[in-house]
Design a protein around this ligand. Structure first.
Ligand code: S3P
Length: 185
């Protein structure tokens, strides 16, 4: 099994998963990496490891602006790694045009797209996700708002889209494995 290397002109080997909070990037990424036998890297987890604090703590102590700068720097470090990996990227990273460009440049970017209803069901009360926690009881409308505001950025970032609403983690992973096995036309 090979990583997407030359699927899109100019891309190198990472398979980069983007999408809203709750779209399944971490669970799908973990399963996909296991199946194809390559490393899985979660950018949120790397941020926490390198900072020695949780994402809610970073938001709380330094604010979202500071978090986005850290996110941009850690994403660049992760994507600079030569070993082809499956990389899950936090939901808001696509808002930065430099991040979008870098992701497309360093890999094949797949958008795991889900409707706000499904996302809302999956994130529950939003605990551990600062952008949802601040919405109080209004997690549903906050997700709708964020999803609408980010739609164009996901389109710009992604080479391909998988609509995950009615798919299990195994089914999404199956699709992505088949995608990686198919020769580009
Ligand atoms: C964020 C998504 C989170 C995390 C941070 C901000 C966002 O990652 O990076 O809380 O702006 O959508 P997940 O998408 O992995 O939950």
């Amino acid at each position: 099994m090979s990583m997407p290397g030359h699927r899109y002109p100019g891309t190198v080997g990472h398979l980069v998963l983007v999408g809203m909070m709750g779209s399944g990037k971490t669970t799908v990424g973990t399963e996909l990496a296991r199946r194809i036998g390559c490393p899985f890297v979660d950018v949120d987890e790397q941020i926490e490891l390198r900072q020695g604090r949780s994402i809610p703590q970073i938001f709380d102590e330094d604010g979202e602006g500071a978090f986005r700068l850290i996110e941009r720097s850690v994403l660049a470090q992760v994507l600079a790694c030569q070993e082809p990996s499956v990389v899950a990227v936090g939901g808001g990273a696509v808002l930065d045009s430099a991040n979008r460009e870098l992701m497309r440049d360093r890999g094949t970017v797949i958008w795991l797209r889900a409707t706000p209803e499904v996302l809302c069901h999956r994130v529950g009360d939003g605990v551990g996700r600062p952008l949802l926690e601040c919405a109080g009881g209004e997690v549903g409308s906050r997700i709708e708002e964020l999803a609408a505001a980010r739609e164009a950025a996901y389109h710009q970032a992604a080479h391909d889209v998988v609509n995950v609403d009615h798919l299990t983690v195994d089914e999404v992973s199956d699709l992505l494995v088949r995608f990686l096995q198919t020769e580009p036309t």
